[in-house]
Ligand binder design. Sequence first.
Ligand code: KIV
Ligand code: NA
Length: 265
Amino acid sequence: YKRVTVKSLVEMKANGEKISMLTAYDFTMAKILDGSGIDVLLVGDSASNVMAGHETTLPITLDQMIYHASSVVRAIERCLVVVDLPFGSYQSDPKEALRSAIRIMKESGGHSIKLEGGKEVKESIKRILNAGIPVMGHLGLTPQSIYKFGTYTVRAKEEEEAEKLMEDALMLERIGCFALVLEKVPASLAKKVADALTIPVIGIGAGNGVDGQVLVTHDMIGMTHEFNPRFLRRYLDLYKDMTGAFENYISDVKSGDFPSEKEQY
Ligand code: KIV
Ligand code: NA
């Protein structure tokens, strides 16, 4: 195998090869994903929702992100690992942002970080890049600012917000980000951004005109089942299959069917 690097992602875009990315928060899932040939694993702060059951991504801490990221890193042999900087670990000033990014790199072994926002976080991104830490940007729907927007609806439908997004995207490329996530924006705008940039644009709910796709793994394998946005394609209905398996186990225990003769010493 050949390891995926931030350089290979830029080359993949140049060669017209789409980039596959999914989330992982733990060792066992990361091992399956890496073995399946995924290009990029994102240790997303969506762990706050998916792993911890919080309503938003705001509560997850830097220590908790490092725990998830180190579990993922121990499992992988090939893919690139991107770790989200959580809310509160980079917004107050560039020095704090760099300290947080360094902690992730040293304590988890992740290969790069992602953070949300455009020109508001420009100086922080520059600091982190100057330390040699690759940065992935994230524009459009940015869940860490959910209380500013109030909803999880599509972003940048109006001209003004679309123009700001394009400016931010160009700036992120100019200062040296290696890739950019665009979340829940019109497909036409996402394509325009991807066409304007040489770094890859990875979309979620951003249409097919971008350079790669990301989904939350637990959503695409159907372990979560109350979250049904239009952009989500479910490849399994694990909620149903797992419930069936658990029900069978419970019934086998209750009936005394499990363990059988062959399943004991
Ligand atoms: O935390 C996350 O899962 C993300 C992806 C949805 C891009 O940031
Ligand atoms: Na995230």
